[in-house]
Design a binder for this molecule. Structure first.
Ligand code: AP5
Ligand code: MG
Length: 214
C-alpha cells in the first residue's frame, strides 16, 4: 500500500509512520530523516541544506523531488509499499509525485492527515528527543526513554533537533500553513483525505490510522 501521511510539524507523522510501517510491511520514508542523514554525513548536499533546515524554511522543490523520487521509484520497481512522511510538502512536489506515478501506473492508495493544535505542537516539539542513529523519537513526558537521555534501542545519546526551538517551530508552522496545508485541498479533489486527530494518545492515533487503512 502506498500512503502519504500529512500534518503539521510535530503532529506525530514520524512516530505513527514508523509503527504503521511495521504493521503493514511498508517502508517508512521520511524526507526530514533523509536530509538530516545528508547533513550528518557532511556531504555537499548536507552542507547546502543545513542552514535552510535550521531556519525552519523549506529546501528547494527541485532538490527534494530529485532526492525523494529516486528512492520512491526504487520501491515502486520492487513492488514495495511505502509511507511518505514529509513529502510532498508543496503543490509543486505533489504534482511532480502524481506525474511520476501516472507514468509508472501506480497510485497513492491513502492520504492520512493528522490534525493537531499549534499549542500542542510547541509543547511536543520542545520536549522531543531523537536518536540520530536509529531515528527513534521520544518525548520527555509522553514517551520517555527507560534511561534519561539514552536510546532504548541502541544505547546512543539522544539529542534535541536543531530546529526544535520555539522561534523556529513557529516559523515551521507558518510555512506549513502557507505551503503544505493547501495540498490537502489538492488531494481531496481526487481522493478521500482521512482526517485523524493527532491529539489522542499515541496508540489511539495508531488505531484510527489502521482503521482508515483497512
Ligand atoms: P521534517 O523532519 O519532516 O519535520 P516536520 O514536518 O516539521 O515534522 P516533525 O518531524 O518535526 O514532526 P512529526 O510530525 O514527525 O512528529 P513526531 O512523530 O516526531 O522536516 C524537517 C525540515 O526538513 C523541514 O523544516 C525542511 O527544512 C526540510 N524538509 C523536509 N521535507 C521537505 C520537503 N518535502 N520539502 C522541502 N523541505 C523539506 O512527534 C513529535 C513529538 O511529539 C515527539 O516527541 C513524540 O514523541 C511526540 N508525540 C507524537 N505523537 C504524540 C501523541 N499522540 N501524544 C503525545 N505526544 C506525541
Ligand atoms: Mg518527523
Amino acid at each position: 500500500m502506498n500512503i502519504v501521511i500529512m500534518g503539521p510539524p510535530g503532529a506525530g507523522k514520524g512516530t505513527q509512520a514508523s509503527v504503521i510501517a511495521g504493521k503493514i510491511d511498508a517502508k517508512h520514508l521520511s524526507s526530514g530523516d533523509l536530509l538530516r542523514e545528508a547533513v550528518a554525513s557532511g556531504s555537499d548536499l548536507g552542507k547546502s541544506v543545513k542552514k535552510v533546515m535550521d531556519s525552519g524554511a523549506l529546501v528547494s522543490d527541485d532538490l527534494m523531488i530529485d532526492l525523494i523520487m529516486d528512492v520512491v521509484m526504487k520501491l515502486v520497481a520492487d513492488s514495495k509499499g511505502f509511507l511518505l512522511d514529509g513529502f510532498p510538502r508543496t503543490l509543486v512536489q505533489a504534482e511532480a509525485l502524481n506525474e511520476k506515478f501516472a507514468d509508472a501506473g501506480v497510485q497513492i492508495d491513502k492520504v492520512i492527515n493528522l490534525d493537531v493544535k499549534s499549542e500542542t505542537i510547541v509543547q511536543r516539539l520542545s520536549g522531543r528527543r531523537v536518536c540520530t542513529k536509529c531515528k527513534s523519537v521520544y518525548h520527555v513526558d509522553s514517551l520517555p526513554p527507560k534511561v534519561k537521555g539514552i536510546c532504548d534501542n541502541d544505547g546512543e545519546e539522544l539529542i534535541i533537533r536543531s530546529d526544535d526551538q520555539e522561534a523556529v517551530i513557529r516559523q515551521r508552522l507558518k510555512i506549513y500553513d502557507d505551503s503544505t496545508f493547501p495540498i490537502l485541498d489538492f488531494y481531496s479533489k481526487s481522493q478521500e483525505v482521512f482526517q485523524v486527530s493527532g491529539e489522542l494518545q499515541m496508540d489511539e492515533v495508531t488505531g484510527k490510522i489502521l482503521e482508515a487503512l483497512s
